[in-house]
Design a protein around this ligand. Structure first.
Ligand SMILES: Nc1ncnc2c1ncn2[C@@H]1O[C@H](COP(=O)(O)OP(=O)(O)OP(=O)(O)O)[C@@H](O)[C@H]1O
Ligand SMILES: [Mg+2]
Length: 263
């Protein structure tokens, strides 16, 4: 049983832009998937369709093998869109992060605990009493992420979770995502960044600007296919390029992988 299954999904924006055209995608429990593609490929549109924030014009999106509407899976499926302002509308950051748990009737003491834990992990400790619109770009991104995580969902859909984020906080976010994946949380991360993909995914779904999925496969297979990536205006991770130039037929995807290989 897939946790989310999109079949023949088509979506056009009101101005007529056809963002997705016949997309089939099944997300399985425990998957770590990257939605990868150039700007305008439809990654954010697909993520919002998978999360029930948009309704498809054609085709279907089903959750947990049932016909439950997205509103009924709010406690299990959490989305963080590309625009942090979508989540930040309360007088303080703390209230924003507590908003989701409150909607799900999580007792206030437990919600408070979750906020403090996430603030600690995401470097938001000193910022909880601030109005969210006064945060910096990277701080807003981390606050929005904390809001999405606070409901403790089974499935997390994250749109460019580390864009605008500095190196130390990026590391903290990636560590947190690794821990969630180890606990069995299903992760879908959208990004145009081939360097990020191997850190968040073992499966890569590659979209192109015609609104279709051009490849869905193991991260290794997709991220080492230089020709395919170039046709989508992307380049492989630098480590892949380096080892390919050194005539390595099975290049590592990350610096850690390269170090292991060289040792
Ligand atoms: N509200 C909108 N109205 C009209 N067209 C839109 C709207 N939002 C997105 N689009 C168009 O839909 C297509 C897909 O956009 P989408 O935001 O899903 O791309 P993306 O892959 O997430 O790109 P990026 O890497 O820049 O975030 C693009 O052609 C874009 O111009
Ligand atoms: Mg996007």
């Amino acid at each position: 049983m897939s946790v989310i299954e999109a079949s023949e999904v088509r979506y056009a924006y009101p101005d007529g832009t056809l963002a997705l055209d016949g997309v089939d995608l099944a997300i399985e429990r425990g998957d770590r998937v990257a939605l990868l593609g150039p700007n305008g490929a439809g990654k954010s549109t697909l993520l919002q369709l998978l999360g029930g924030l948009l309704d498809p014009d054609g085709g279907t999106v089903r959750y947990f093998g049932t016909d439950q509407p997205p509103g009924e899976v709010r406690d299990r499926v959490s989305v963080c869109t590309q625009n942090p302002a979508d989540y930040l509308f309360n007088p303080t950051v703390r209230e924003d992060v507590e908003y989701g748990p409150a909607q799900l009737d999580v007792p206030p003491a437990e919600a408070d605990e979750r906020v403090d834990r996430l603030a600690d992990r995401l470097g938001l400790e000193g910022l909880l009493d601030k109005p969210p619109f006064r945060l910096s770009g990277g701080e807003k991104r981390r606050a929005a992420l904390a809001s999405a995580l606070a409901t403790e969902p089974d499935v997390l859909l994250l749109d460019e979770p580390v864009s605008n984020v500095d190196a130390a906080n990026r590391r903290a976010i990636l560590d947190l995502l690794d821990e969630l994946a180890a606990e069995g949380v299903t992760l879908v991360v959208s990004t145009p960044d081939t360097e990020l993909a191997p850190h968040v995914a073992d499966r890569v779904v590659l979209l192109d600007t015609d609104g279709t999925i051009v490849r869905d496969g193991p991260a290794r297979a997709v991220l080492t296919d230089t020709g395919l990536l170039e046709r989508c205006d992307l380049v492989p991770p630098q480590v892949v390029e380096l080892f390919s130039r050194l005539d390595e037929s099975d290049p590592p995807l990350t610096v850690a992988g390269a170090v292991e290989r060289l040792e």
